[in-house]
Design a protein around this ligand. Structure first.
Ligand SMILES: [Zn+2]
Length: 583
């Protein structure tokens, strides 16, 4: 390396594809163009669309060479890259192939001059070719002038345009050109490409370092190669991942932002992909969790403290990311997520299955976003205080307190457009509806139904189906009721009885559901859904109710303090528990 430095050519230039075969990851464009060349049906106007550094002008130049290559008496499907014409186009000295930067030649004068020049036959090449980069930057007048040329171009003229922003190109232009969309290069395609370059250039580089460079490219070959160049300039013998990460100024924080993005999008694949990458890159899983904790802590600060910039020790760009992320969570969702990770840490130290436990924790974080807000709990508390009558009005009256949209547990049931989540959510529904019916039935003092006995009368829905329908229905119509229902276990002793059993320690849900209005509402809804009279019974798991009665006040306070939601409330608002009223 050191000996070659005097004649060093930047990789982006050295590795710029000169033939269609060299273009990586854009086969959908190059193959189509080669077919057009083979059939001698190359159009007069092309527009290459794509983000920066994906090879738009590179493809345009190769096409220019293929049209003008003199290795044959007619255009070729692959330029020779050796003949005088190919060389001249490659070196930018061919008088008939002109590259215009739309950003700096955007006025009408330039386009008029171009229009006049268009009429003149090419000097030495078969075709006079204009490559206009960043064409969306042209002024409206310039576009109009260009349009006149595009409407009736002389047969020897071709326009190849490139843009990152096709929506800024007038429709009149778009309709007169053939459009090709170049893709951002996939991370692994880019990685393979970089590996090939490293091998050819005989660069000793860790695979993790190459992977990081590929990620830094963010879909752009040019950007990736530019990072690669910087790395090579600094590295001595073997390029390490650490060097690359340091050069990029990364402490891997991008992965947290990316994971957050996947959680918000409820993309199981994306979230697990982040974990996979951390593991693949040989990163310490515990360090990753610690970093994620730090990230969530910062998000919580951004969510709850004004002037968070001073408290968060991250570069300003990343603080922006954190502040944006803060809008996606309620404080209690964040506290829950932090709890999940704190619980995970000690377990990771002892487990061999680090990846699995990390993946499970990440899935829990995904569910954290669907947890009901503390205002939900307040609403339920208020409903309890209100006693029997008028509870419904109070529930809806507190809706204004809600800071975030309701996140009912069965959200995906009515949004099948997100299949992975729908699938993930289907499981708990099933489990509640069928799996635990025996145990819960016994606990509720109801004789467990034998499998199959649950079957509904002919021609009507089984109560299990009705229960699922009720969950979906209330999700939209009555999120508060839905939240309560998601806290109970449903059992179906016979086709006319639905038993809802609250957990032994969940008196809140038990009492709220047991109110006359709730029971009446449920009975009506369930009967309507079933198409027959159904009795709804509300019970609470019996075994622990007894135990509860003998507990001291101190024990009750301690228990309340350990309840996650109370914990969160105490941390958020301060204060202490003075008494616990048992009912
Ligand atoms: Zn040639």
């Amino acid at each position: 390396m050191a000996t070659e430095q005097t004649s060093y050519t930047v990789l982006a230039r050295k590795w710029r594809p000169q033939r269609f075969a060299d273009v990586v990851g854009q086969e959908h464009v190059t193959v189509t163009l080669q077919n057009a060349l083979a059939q001698q049906r190359v159009g007069q106007g092309y527009l290459f669309i794509g983000t920066r550094g994906v090879g738009k002008t590179t493809v345009a130049r190769i096409l220019a060479k293929a049209l003008n290559c003199v290795s044959s008496s007619a255009p070729v499907t692959e330029p020779c890259d050796r003949c005088e014409m190919c060389v001249a186009i490659r070196e930018g000295t061919c008088l008939d192939v002109m590259e215009i930067d739309g950003a700096s030649n955007r006025g009408i004068e330039e386009i008029r001059r171009l229009r006049d020049a268009v009429a003149i036959a090419p000097v030495s090449a078969r075709y006079k070719i204009y490559i206009i980069d960043e064409v969306h930057m042209l002024t409206k007048e310039a576009f109009n002038a260009l349009l006149k040329t595009l409407e009736e171009p002389p047969p020897h003229v071709k326009f190849f345009m490139a843009t990152t922003e096709a929506h800024r190109v007038p429709a009149t232009i778009l309709s007169r050109v053939q459009k090709f969309e170049l893709r951002r290069m996939q991370w692994n395609t880019l990685l393979t490409y970089l590996q090939r370059i490293a091998d050819t250039e005989k660069v000793a580089i860790e695979s993790g370092a190459l992977a990081t460079i590929a990620r830094a490219g963010n879909g752009s070959v040019r950007d990736a190669l530019s990072v690669f160049d910087q790395v090579l300039a600094l590295a001595e013998d073997r390029v390490t991942e650490e060097q690359v990460t340091a050069l990029l100024g990364w402490t891997d924080r991008e992965i947290y932002a990316e994971l957050h993005g996947a959680l918000v999008a409820q993309s199981v694949e994306g979230a697990l992909g982040c974990v996979q990458r951390v593991i693949e890159r040989g990163r310490d899983a515990e360090q990753f969790v610690l970093g994620l904790l730090q990230f969530l802590r910062n998000v919580l600060i951004a969510r709850t403290v004004s002037g968070a910039e001073e408290v968060i020790e991250e570069p300003p760009e990343f603080v922006k990311v954190i502040k944006a992320a803060a809008q996606d969570y309620t404080p209690e969702q964040l506290l829950y997520a932090i709890d999940v990770l704190l619980e995970l840490l000690p377990r990771m130290a002892s487990t061999e299955a680090k990846q699995t436990s990390l993946e499970l924790a990440v899935l829990k974080l995904m569910y954290a976003r669907r947890r009901v807000g503390i205002d939900e709990i307040f609403a339920r508390l208020e409903a309890l205080e209100g006693g029997g009558g008028g509870g419904g009005a109070q529930l809806s009256g507190t809706a204004g307190l809600r800071t975030a949209e309701p996140r009912p547990v069965y959200q995906a049931a009515v949004k099948p457009a997100v299949p992975d989540v729908a699938e993930a959510l289907a499981a708990p529904v099933k489990r509640v509806a069928a799996g635990t019916s025996d145990a819960a039935g016994a606990a509720a003092g109801v004789s467990p139904a034998a499998p199959g006995v649950v079957a509904a009368p002919e021609g009507t829905q089984s109560l299990e189906e009705v229960w699922r329908a009720l969950l979906v229905q209330t999700e939209a119509s009555d999120p508060k009721l839905n939240a309560m229902l998601s806290h109970v276990t449903a059992t179906f002793p016979d086709a006319h009885t639905l038993v809802l059993t609250a957990a032994a320690d969940d008196a809140l849900t038990h009492n709220a559901l047991k109110r006359k209005t709730s029971v009446a509402k449920l009975t009506q809804q369930v009967s309507a859904l079933a198409g027959r009279a159904v009795t709804v019974e509300i019970t609470q798991a019996a075994a622990e109710v007894k135990a509860k009665r003998v507990r001291s006040k101190e024990e009750l306070i301690e228990e309340a303090r350990q309840t996650p939601i109370v914990k969160a409330a105490l941390e958020l608002f301060g204060g202490e528990i003075t008494d616990v009223i048992e009912d």
